[in-house]
Each structure stands twice: as structure tokens, then as C-alpha cells.
Design a protein around this ligand. Sequence first.
Ligand SMILES: [Zn+2]
Length: 324
Amino acid sequence: MAIPEKPNSCVSCGASTISLRETHDLYTLYECAVCDLQFWWPFKNPGNVFYEKDNKESIARNENPLSMPLLPTQRHFLREQPKRGGMLLDLGMGSGRFIAEAKKLGYTVSGCDFDKNAVETAKTYYGLPDVHALSVEEYVTSFPDRKFDIITMFEILEHLDGFDAIPKITSLMKPDGLLVVSTPWRGRWSGFFSGDHPPEHLTRWSDKAIRIFFETRGFRILTLRHMPAAPDYFSRLLMRFPEWTHGWLSFGLSKKLKRKETSNAATRGSGTPKKASVRNRIIRALSTAKLYGFFFIPTVILYGYLWATGGRHATGFYISMEKI
Ligand SMILES: [Zn+2]
């Protein structure tokens, strides 16, 4: 079915009171006056093939799972260990790094992702048996009798182009089960991220939007936490400096190298990572030394400020819910 040029109503609550906020490439951002959700139009996820073949981050993650660090919200979970030792399902697990860590802590884990290469990596790299190449919706319909103590969904919500599966998640939860969700906060300082756009991210969330969304889909919110700038943002900020200084001092060598590696990875598909040549490793080391040499102190100052004002400069939400 062809997608209309403009939406008639909010993609979440159906209200017709929506207003245009901004545009990005061929996409337009709308905000709903009733449920406060912001959504991009066309509201369409690019699909599993995009994540398997065209998305730089997922290709890198599938090639070398350890290249993708655990998210701050995942580390928060692993520190708190809610429902310790219980049955855990991770929806949109990527290549399974988080559930591999959770398994070490004693959880019985299951997971799904619609990226087939990621699921293959979870099986071969982490030896996780109960992982499936299914979307959230497909998992819910494939295993209707399963019941979990805890279901997690880290940084998935903003990728979804439909919410029919969300209320169905309650049927996979034990009566006292928990749903833990993380997603970017749209009020955060934009310096933290450069990629909060379609086609990957299709929605932007506020406190109000989160509350209305889940409370009208069968959940009671127990905690809605604003995540402060985590240590990983230090390196993210550091990496932004060359861009902010408009490539000042850049010879373009490491960029060229990165482009070449990405295109190699794309043609090679999933598999074992190829060893970098000595020359490439030297270029990379020099480029890292340059980055730290010039931008370390400015980053310390900026990071210190953002960390100290953590509440105002939160990066995302960590939401814990039970079913009603
Ligand atoms: Zn709405």
C-alpha cells in the first residue's frame, strides 16, 4: 500500500491534532498535541535487509560483537539485576552482547532480532541457543505460551514503525514480571548524538509521551529514570571535536581507511574480522594520538560540566514497568 504524502493523524494515539516540527532529507517530523509523541513521516522502518547490509553500525557489530560496548542503560540493568536469576527475554538483542552478560549473572536468557546476521553471531560467537531471527511482533506470536520474569527492550522503541506488538508483550510477562525499556530523550543536548534521524530513528520521546504511550497499552510505570552522561560519552564527545573544528588538522587518511574497511565489510558480509595491516594500524594509532593530544582537555571540561548537570543533560530514559 502506498504511503500517503502527509499523515492525517498521530501514529500512536490517532489524534488529528498534529503539527509540523522539522524536516530531514525526505522526512518530516510531526508532534502530537494530545500524546506529545514526535514521529517522522514517512513512518517506515527500512527493514531487516537495511540493518543486515547497509547499516554501518550493525555490520561492525556483527563482524566483531565486542566492538559495540554495552549501552549505559544495559550496564545500569546489570548493576541493579532486577529479578536476579529469572527468565529474561531481550527484544531487539542485536548480536547478543547484553544477554551474554546477563547469562553470566545467572539469568536464563532468550532473545530476538530481525537482523539475521546478528542472530547468527549471537549463536556462533556467544553460543546462545535460544535466540531467534524474528521481529518483536513475530516473537510474540511465535511463542505465545512463554512467560518471563523480565523483558528488556534497549534502544528499540525509536526504531519501530508500528506499535501493535507493544500491548502483546504483556502476554509474555509473568504476573509480577517487569518490562525495562530504554530510548533516547528528545530534550537532551544534541552534541551527544549525531544520528537521531530517520530512517533509523522514527520517533522522539518526552516524559509525557512515554507515560501516555505505555499507560494506554497495559503498563504501570514504576521508575522513569533520566540517564546522566555516562563514561562512554566522554569518547563520543571527544570524537565530535574534529567535526566541530571542521576537520582542522585532518589529513583525511583515517577517514579514507574507514571508508575502505566499511566497503570491504559490506562486500564480505558477516564472518570473522580481517586483521588490519601494519600500515593501517600505524595510521589509526597516529590519528588516535592526535585526537587525544588536541582535544583531551577540552573534552574533560565539557564532560565535567555535562556530568555535573546530569539531570538537565540526561541522554536517555530507563523505564521500568509492570503490567496492569
Ligand atoms: Zn498522539
